[in-house]
Design a protein around this ligand. Structure first.
Ligand SMILES: NC(=O)c1ccc[n+]([C@@H]2O[C@H](COP(=O)([O-])OP(=O)(O)OC[C@H]3O[C@@H](n4cnc5c(N)ncnc54)[C@H](O)[C@@H]3O)[C@@H](O)[C@H]2O)c1
Length: 259
């Protein structure tokens, strides 16, 4: 086996300079942390969200730090709104080669109270959204011969989660989508991976009926994760260093589920 002839560089960050990333649901929580981390690593970032003020706040934080960023308001599960956000992203930043499908709904409801419209709404946002965003953005990646898709799934799909059957099913679907696309695009320079978080301290989780201060201490690490823990995993999967990793589930969950 040949020895590596690469020059050793100490202290360099994983460089995403020259890359353009789209992060859905980037107004707050994990999406915001992921957007900031990708920008820190050099990417230009389009922050997509239904909440324009929040997305703009994320984009402004990046611009104020000297990075390039644009906020796009829209529903990441509606093809026409995705097309509009993508056109705005192209104009401001250029073709997209990193897609982070992060936006999702996470309502808690007893299965006997779960209605067909509620099931359909959740599947539309959590599963059809990533499907449509992939459909829209993969052509940019194919043209570049390089792409990274990172889907945010959930430990609920791995370990189960009470009052969350539709959510767990949707996130299981996201893991299946990840594996299918990974195989289909592996030879064309695009990697597709997913990150299932455990209990991570976000506005979304704090607003839910799950008391994170009760549940997180039941995990092996006995504490919740930070949004930056998820962002670091996404940054790795988006990097050149991860170019032989695809179809992978990179659990970041304090030991809640061991795979
Ligand atoms: N926080 C956790 O502990 C945890 C655990 C497992 C999985 N996750 C997953 O991580 C991701 C982020 O979670 P979070 O806790 O940061 O959520 P959050 O509710 O705090 O933020 C979600 C963001 O997505 C946006 N959004 C929702 N639907 C949208 C749509 N249709 N189009 C565009 N934007 C939309 C919201 O406006 C919001 O800004 C989700 O996929 C969630 O399922 C989170």
């Amino acid at each position: 086996m040949a020895n590596s002839t690469r020059t050793l560089r100490l202290g360099g960050p994983m460089s995403l300079i020259g890359r353009v990333a789209v992060v859905t649901g980037a107004a707050r929580g994990l999406g915001r942390a992921i957007a900031l981390r990708l920008a820190q690593d050099g990417a230009s970032v389009a922050a997509w969200d239904l909440n324009f003020d929040g997305a703009e706040a994320t984009a402004a934080t990046i611009r104020e730090a000297g990075g390039k960023s644009v906020a796009c308001c829209g529903d990441s599960s509606k093809a026409d709104q995705i097309a509009q956000a993508l056109a705005q992203t192209h104009q401001a930043l250029g073709p997209v080669t990193i897609l982070v499908n992060n936006a999702a709904l996470s309502p808690f409801v007893k299965f006997e109270d779960l209605t067909e419209p509620a099931w359909d709404e959740l599947m539309t946002v959590n599963m059809k959204g990533p499907f449509l965003c992939c459909k829209a953005i993969i052509p940019d990646m194919l043209a570049a011969g390089w792409g990274r898709i990172i889907n945010i799934s959930s430990s609920a799909a791995q370990a189960g989660s009470g009052l969350h059957a539709h959510y767990a099913a949707s996130k299981g679907g996201v893991i299946g989508l990840t594996k299918g696309l990974a195989i289909e695009y592996a030879a064309r320079g695009i990697t597709v991976n997913n990150v299932p978080p455990g209990f991570v301290d976000t506005e979304g989780l704090r607003e839910s009926p799950v008391d994170i201060d009760v549940y997180a201490p039941m995990t092996p690490m006995k504490r919740p994760g930070r949004p930056e823990n998820i962002a670091a995993a996404v940054a790795y999967l988006a990097s050149d260093e991860a170019d032989y990793v695809t179809g992978h589930t990179l659990s970041v969950n304090g030991g809640r589920y061991l795979n």
